[in-house]
Design a protein around this ligand. Structure first.
Ligand SMILES: [Zn+2]
Length: 420
């Protein structure tokens, strides 16, 4: 008897350790140099898709029509060449001391500087209200004046500055550097520079930005399924975007450990679990790794317009994006929309004491659940709260991602779908 109990204990511990080990393995692989930040330089997103496909195959998941890929394309501005900013002969460190805004057009050369203390007045057409204003070289302005402008107003501002002679804009910031991905190019290149790296007395800079605008970047969602034992025609769907921001030049990699290698690690963990015969689910289960989330939910929008099986066959969908911490619990977007399911999720958590908090939130167009939600598919989007603050920057790396509540979230999710 004692021997039996000991064995059981050993088995459950081995099972648990394997899950975390696999999570770390996936996380490290997705954040590796070879996958180039899962973006648009060095085919990073395509390398990531190939890796996920191999994992689906290795874990014995099926594909629809033997094809794990759903291919589509969108425009994207990319930076295959190193970006450079030299201030008074001092070369600043890309990624840590400055960023080139994701929508920057080409800008190279030496420039004098025009310092502005306030925004110029701009008509909606982009015409400067003060028609006598004339700028030389690059305009330098506090980031706080520009950062909160609505995108259309900012574009008007850049048009106006360009007409007045500006060649580019330097935004000096006290905030952390946060990057993004853009599907277009702005009228002027903007560089955001950390205040402590900037020289207020500087009179001239040297810049090199050589973007490559891809009109049709080809990429793909990666999908697989496990057949259910009781309801093979109805699906529970897990989704997580695998793309991140990629690279800004040859050396600066945005690895996106929390956003969203962590969600893909959970997706693959769940896929591996449910593809094991002893854990065959009663509903069929689909696993979708989306491309193109960062430039604007491209993968999920494409999928909802081109579903592989009818959207009405989805019993419930759970989107996983940013699962790397959890010290302060999780937030459930749409928890306030699907109260019955939310109450069940919360009850499971309370019974088992998995997480310190399971918090509900209303609708929010902030991740890949949203196109499904708008199409009438019942869904949640779950993200973790607390812990490290790295986000869309070079510090979001696997080495510092705690995965503190990863095992508990895994248990919460498997318990939850068993009750659906
Ligand atoms: Zn994300």
């Amino acid at each position: 008897m004692r021997k039996f109990v000991f064995l059981l204990l050993l088995c459950s511990q081995v099972g648990f350790a394997q899950d975390m080990e696999y999570a770390r393995e996936v996380l490290n692989e997705l954040c590796s140099d070879a996958l180039a930040g899962r973006g648009y330089v060095d085919e990073g997103d395509n390398a990531a898709a190939f890796y996920i496909e191999q994992e689906f195959k290795r874990n014995d998941l099926f594909a629809w029509d033997y094809n794990y890929y759903q291919t589509f394309s969108f425009p994207v501005n990319t930076f295959p060449e190193n970006v450079e900013l030299i201030v008074d002969g001092v070369k600043l460190e890309a990624g840590k001391e400055f960023l080139v805004e994701a929508d920057a057009p080409k800008l190279t050369g030496k420039f004098e500087l025009t310092h502005l203390d306030a925004l110029p007045k701009i008509a909606p057409s982009g015409r400067m209200v003060d028609s006598t204003a004339s700028y030389k070289g690059i305009v330098v302005i506090a980031d706080s004046l520009i950062a909160k402008l609505p995108p259309s107003i900012r574009t008007s501002l850049l048009h106006g500055m360009k007409k007045a002679g500006a060649k580019g804009v330097i935004r000096v910031t006290d905030a952390k550097l946060t990057w993004t991905v853009s599907k277009q190019q702005a009228p002027l290149a903007q560089l955001t520079v950390k205040r402590e790296a900037w020289n207020e007395k500087s009179t001239g800079v040297e810049v090199s930005i050589k973007p490559e605008f891809q009109k049709k970047h080809r990429t793909q969602n990666v999908l697989a399924f496990v057949e259910g034992s009781q309801h093979p025609d109805k699906f529970i769907v897990f989704t997580a975007h695998y793309d991140h921001l990629g690279k800004m030049g040859k050396d600066v990699i945005f690895r996106g450990a929390n956003d969203n290698a962590s969600g893909v690690a959970m997706l693959l963990n769940l896929a591996k679990h449910f593809a094991t015969p002893e854990f065959q689910p009663s509903y069929s289960m689909a696993f979708i790794a989306f491309a193109g989330e960062e430039p604007g939910l491209e993968g999920s929008l494409y999928y909802v317009q081109n579903p592989i099986f009818p959207l009405s066959d989805i019993r419930f969908l759970i989107n996983l994006d940013i699962l790397g911490t959890g010290n302060d619990g999780i937030t459930v977007v749409n928890g306030a929309v699907h109260e019955t399911e939310f109450d069940a999720l919360k009850a499971i958590n309370d019974e088992n004491g998995y997480l310190t908090e399971v918090k509900k939130r209303g609708k929010a167009a902030i991740s890949d659940h949203y196109p499904f939600s708008e199409a009438g598919v019942p869904c949640f989007y779950i993200y973790t709260m607390g812990g490290i603050q790295a986000y869309h920057d070079v510090y979001d790396v696997p080495e510092t991602l705690p995965l503190s509540e990863f095992a508990d979230i895994f248990k919460l999710l498997t318990d939850f779908v068993a009750r659906l």
